[in-house]
Design a protein around this ligand. Structure first.
Ligand SMILES: *Cc1c(COP(=O)(O)O)cnc(C)c1O
Length: 394
């Protein structure tokens, strides 16, 4: 429903922000998460989980790892860290993996990484069969589907290993999961990254909640602790040895870097508590409802179409992806208007261009995604739909 008078420009968070509502329950939707797929280890990012999965698979120097040509650049450094070579395979115009291209590149490869883009599952049965036929290990990249079910099973159940990224779904600033329904994770020993890290993660979450006005009652209660925070912070930093690892991983600052010093670090107490306290049912119900509102409000607009024709049962979407025919112009207009836009796979890993996979190059350039996370407010959704419609008809 569009409002008649244009509301004032809101400050819309691109990712979930801690709010008083974060801990509510929802009975309407019951979806399991990747953590229900098997044994799980909680680390500090999705990319660290990828690195651990490759290590557990025995990927080492000289091995080939098949990586989708449409990817997050953060998926590649863990492959290089193992001394292995990424081999990029094609995806179709709808982002479905190209089975024939994978089969053609499978000989001599050790592992196959498959991404469930935006929370929409790839067809896993033929992929599993192909992996078994070629002796490939399957790594399900569930970075976009922490929550969700596929054929009656939690996401991540088909792969030898699955990885997920907590920051994309929960109001926290570090977190990733390594999961396996088929292998024990006894060798994956983790230890705490220390009190500085624990404090930083908890305070960051609270601070973001305040910055977006989502945590007002708590804000009053925390007035004093936050005043002393910066002082405490300066002290912690001044006492650290030069060259010591940063207090939080780069992955928390939306960089694509991979720092192997985080490989054996456990996710923070705060982040692990969040994963227990936040109801996946509420997250899924709200993300699905927001996705459908955006789809309904923008379908048929000139110059864009939704990447996916429908929202299947069991999908808890990461964002709402639109394919734009003139992406640079639309992106510039949305940015100028203050609409948060995610451009997944833009940029791609160096050297991955249309000669490697024309569809990937096209998707990376033309897919613009809007947030649909659980902490969006109704007036923010209305404003986003209204503003995008205006940008498309201007
Ligand atoms: C974000 C992302 C990752 C890495 O997750 P981080 O938690 O940022 O390290 C891996 N794969 C895909 C497809 C991603 O979008």
């Amino acid at each position: 429903m569009l409002s008649t008078n244009t509301p004032t420009r809101p400050h819309i968070p691109i990712a979930p922000i801690l709010s008083g509502a974060s801990f509510r329950r929802a009975a309407a939707v019951r979806l399991r998460s990747v953590l229900d797929a098997g044994e799980a280890r909680l680390v500090t990012s999705g990319r660290v989980a990828i690195a651990l999965a490759l290590r557990e698979m025995g990927v080492g120097p000289g091995d080939k790892v098949l990586v989708p040509a449409w990817h997050s650049p953060s998926m590649v450094p863990p492959v290089l860290w193992r001394g292995a070579t990424p081999v990029f395979y094609k995806v179709g115009p709808d982002a479905a993996v190209d089975l024939a291209d994978i089969a053609a590149k499978a000989d001599g490869a050790r592992a196959l990484m498959v991404t469930h883009y935006f929370g929409f599952h790839q067809d896993l049965a033929p992929l599993r069969a192909l992996c078994d036929a070629h002796g490939l290990k399957l790594l399900e990249d569930c970075a976009h589907c922490f929550i969700g079910e596929y054929r009656g099973l939690p996401v991540g159940s088909f792969g030898d290993f699955a990885i997920a990224s907590s920051m994309k779904f929960f109001p926290i600033y570090e977190g990733g999961a390594l999961v396996s329904s088929r292998h024990r994770l006894d060798d994956v020993g983790l230890r705490s990254a220390g009190p500085g890290f624990e404090a930083k993660i908890a305070l960051n979450s609270l601070e973001k909640g305040f910055a977006y006005g989502r945590l007002r009652p708590v804000q009053a209660a925390l007035w004093f602790p936050l005043r002393i925070k910066s002082a405490l912070w300066g002290l912690l930093k001044s006492r650290r040895a030069p060259g010591a690892a940063a207090l939080a991983p780069d992955s928390s600052d939306s960089s694509f870097d991979f720092d192997p010093r985080w490989i054996d670090k456990r996710s923070s107490f705060f982040a692990r508590a969040m994963l227990r306290l936040v109801s996946p049912g509420r997250v899924a119900a709200l993300r699905r409802a927001h996705y459908l509102q955006l789809d309904c409000g923008l379908r048929g607009m000139p110059g864009v179409r939704p990447l996916f024709p429908a929202l299947p049962d069991g999908v808890c979407p990461w964002v709402f992806p639109l394919v734009a025919s003139d992406p640079e112009q639309v992106f510039a207009r949305l940015q100028a208007a203050g609409v948060p836009v995610v451009r997944f796979g833009n940029p791609l890993w160096d050297g991955v261009d249309a000669s490697v996979c024309a569809n990937s190059a096209h998707l990376a350039r033309s897919v613009l995604s809007l947030p649909c996370h659980q902490e969006l407010r109704q007036q923010e959704l209305d404003w986003m739909i209204d503003t995008v419609r205006k940008a498309l008809t201007a």
